[in-house]
Design a protein around this ligand. Structure first.
Ligand SMILES: *Cc1c(COP(=O)(O)O)cnc(C)c1O
Length: 239
């Protein structure tokens, strides 16, 4: 192992310890078991070497937001024992590429995408896990768009997912709007989560929270937090 790589490993180990401590403290404050919260390391823009180092350090799940990037990165480390999550906005014409490359698509936000993923997974034996992404923007803030369907459309998308044998409805994903109060945003998610669980008790995943707001997400019931910057550092800019 080269010296820079050893340094990177140490840096990732330190950051991972700090993030796990934050999750632990937030869980304790909320009276929850930290073991019920899965850390998804958001490795977008970082090399597959980092995915391998994180896996060696005990990270089990990684998140990526671009189709080509996740396809290429996974192909570079085919033996790496992590679950790959897609967390970016997904165009229907990239559904096949993403469905082949990942274990879970967290950003299913419209019926056309369910249909595209259904076509992309025909013949697959292990169903592709899918989360319905709900928009947590205030109704009044129509300009704010980080993807996601309106809360009142979630049940329709979930029902469509549930009808496709090669797709598995895992639960809900949400992202607090930029410059919003994350507690207010995550509070909008609670009734949606309750509705989905009432219809599909096995759909228990709540993916919410990032580097800046994971405490609020854990307080609001997140089962998965998606953490990039706090683990890997500032992201390299897009080429
Ligand atoms: C990039 C990204 C994250 C991670 O954000 P950080 O602030 O770097 O932790 C989480 N979720 C989604 C959907 C993302 O695109």
């Amino acid at each position: 192992m080269t010296a820079p790589n050893r340094d990177r490993r140490g840096q990732l180990a330190d950051n991972l310890g700090a993030v796990r401590a934050r999750i632990g403290a937030a869980a304790e404050a909320a009276g929850r078991d930290p073991d019920e919260i899965t850390l998804v390391a958001v490795t977008k823009r970082f090399p597959s070497d980092d995915v391998e180092l994180l896996a060696q350090l005990g990270v089990t799940d990684v998140g990526e937001n671009r189709a080509q990037e996740v396809r290429d990165k996974r192909a570079q480390v085919p033996q790496c024992p992590v679950r790959w999550h897609f967390i970016g906005q997904l165009q229907t014409n990239k559904a096949r590429m993403v469905a082949t490359a990942v274990d879970c698509v967290q950003t299913v936000d419209r019926l056309a995408l369910v249909a595209a993923l259904a076509r992309a997974t025909v013949g697959r034996d292990v169903p592709l896990d899918c989360l319905v992404q709900v928009s947590l923007a205030a109704i009044s803030d129509a300009d704010e768009h980080r993807g996601g369907c309106p809360p009142d459309a979630v049940l329709d998308v979930a029902a469509a997912l549930d009808e496709v044998p090669t797709l598995r409805l895992g639960g809900i994903m949400g992202m607090a709007p930029l410059n919003s109060d994350p507690e207010v945003a995550f509070a909008r998610m609670a009734p949606v989560v309750a509705d989905v669980r009432a219809h599909w008790p096995a759909a228990t995943v709540v993916s919410a929270g990032m580097s800046g707001d994971l405490e609020a997400a854990v307080a609001a019931g997140a089962t998965h937090v998606r953490v990039g910057t706090a683990l890997l550092g500032a992201r390299p800019v897009l080429r």
